[in-house]
Design a protein around this ligand. Sequence first.
Ligand code: ADP
Ligand code: SF4
Length: 689
Amino acid sequence: MDSSPFASLFEPLQIGPVTTRNRFYQTPHCNGMGNLRPDAHARMRGIKAEGGWGIVNTENCSVHPSSDLMPEVLQTLWDDGDIPVLARMVEAVHEHNSLAGVQLAYSTYYNGNRLTREIPLGPMSRPVSGYHPVQVRAMDKQDIRNLHDWWAAASRRALQAGFDIINVDSNFSTIAFQFLSPRNQRSDEYGGSLVNRTRLLKELIEVSRDATQGKCAISVRLIIDELCGPMGLQAKDEGIEAIGLLAELPDLWDLVVGTWADDSPSSRFASENDHERFMLGIKSVTTKPVVGVGRFTSPDTMASMLRRGVLDLIGAARPSIADPFLPNKIKEGRYEDIRECIGCNICVSSHFAMTNLRCTQNPTMGEEWRRGWHPEYIAPKQSESEILVVGAGPAGLECARALGQRGYQVTLAERTTQLGGRVTREGEQLPGLREWLRVRDWRITQLNKLPNVEIYMDSDLSIPDIVEFGAAHIVMATGSKWRADGVGRANDRPIPVDSSVQVLSPDDIMDGVPVKKGPVLVYDDDHYYMGSVIAEKLARQGFEVVIATPAAEISAFTANTLELARVVKHLDECGVALRTHSILARIEGGEAQLLHTYTGRAQQLTIASVVMVTSRIANDSLFYGLQNFMEQDAGSKILTVGRVGDCLAPAAIFQAVYTGHKYARDFEAAPETTVAKRERVGLENVRLV
Ligand code: ADP
Ligand code: SF4
């Protein structure tokens, strides 16, 4: 018998006609590759299976052109031509003895069929999401019969593609859920009572079962609580009752909470296992296996969920993105090697950008096929070259780690007495970002295992120091600093400010510079998290804070990380006043002049200090100094000087990790391997339906 404390996570489990080898379930997740980039998609899913995920699912897979999700890049099973696209993924998953699941979906009230221009269908006639000026048509009986046929055809195609599990999607925007929700106000047998509202979901389960002749397991991905009170489905009320009604019909219950933003909250607003309270009691109404998510990265929490009978399988999207090899690492007892998700939701932002998935912790995510990057393996060194990496922020740490993993002799020098650069400063000094320290901690753990990497702290290197050190290759990872002059997106020139107010930058706040007593203006032309966390920090210190931004939303980019609503709510709760559409024009005599972005109308604000959160300047003087030195001294031992991270171009942390990693991959590599491949859309012509 396996004596590992986590043996339960590796017990097989029967799910209808199929058996999973373990309890690791990669829940359906978007990835920006979808059916536009099938090779990239298949390779990414295959690596998850290789890393030990017993079940690997697709993302949303539309069953019919009248459920078109464009512009989002997802999957389709609209005709037989779609089968080979998904079969590619199934093969990649089966190669590692994992089960492949497809998330069959028919969406409603969503996007409005922008590609196909089919009339969207739904339980009621209501406008679609995203302010797209289109309404769905309420389905009649014939529409429901048509849906059955489309669902059956897609299920048969899924079987043909080789899928083991068909996941009947009853997630927020899907038809099955919108019929089930109390929002459904139909007066026929598909509306009214809970039995009536679950009818369509029940039928779709049965349709998939019949169409696949019992060969596929049928799971249901269901929202158990809409988190909007009595207006929507509530777990304690009809949510659990709905599961009880269909209890034994599917082979697996895959449970979700609220909208995507609720189900995948960032670490700034929710910690691991945030959903447990909604899962309690489910096992008492069904004997079928239950899977749920909770950004699980701790083997203890996972095992406890199984031991306490809350879940039977551990569902994960983000933890599987940050570490596709998480299950194998637990199995091998390599717990400290788990690259834990930091809950930043940058991965989600790539879906909205319709580009290959990217991840702050895992720079290989989305690059598996096009760059041939594997999350665990990397090409060995090509020479005995020695490399000096200057600066130990996320970029320098990752660059040194990956070069060290290749076997090169690496020295990492850091000016301060702490490793981690900006991630340490931000994680330790600013509210809500503590989990981001995992970016630093995982890399330090890995670096400490590499005898060929030496780390020197308290080493503020100058050009003579670097030259004297004698390494042939230098990588500058010296980061950036925040500007305090207001130059950013809206202001190309420094904002005129007289001496009446104190002017601060985010670096000043993190350095603990005392802030003058009186009202503070946080001017946010950065639009990600920095403006709002600084406003929160100052409000918590008792300052009267106004955050102003030229954008229509505070922290506008956080719409892409599913955080926007929570950011606004949180700032409101902290007592921060919000001013949108406001460009800071000047500050004179203790008055800030804000101009409306569109009308130009001026408003005055009395302030004692201003924090400019606008843009950063790369710390690249050492880089250019070294280049000059090399040009002037032909006898220098230095062969190359590179730069990575914010020193190359300031950006969010995911980019620093990526550029640090890329430098290490490309170092002394054959030129053709440093260029990404792309997938070209075929010229085949097919009819829509
Ligand atoms: P990035 O996000 O690109 O990694 P950071 O600002 O987080 O950038 O990290 C840059 C790191 O480089 C900081 O820890 C800083 O102390 C260090 N650094 C900057 N200049 C030097 C230098 N001359 N010598 C050594 N370390 C330096
Ligand atoms: Fe986790 Fe951030 Fe990576 Fe997404 S991008 S998987 S939230 S670390």
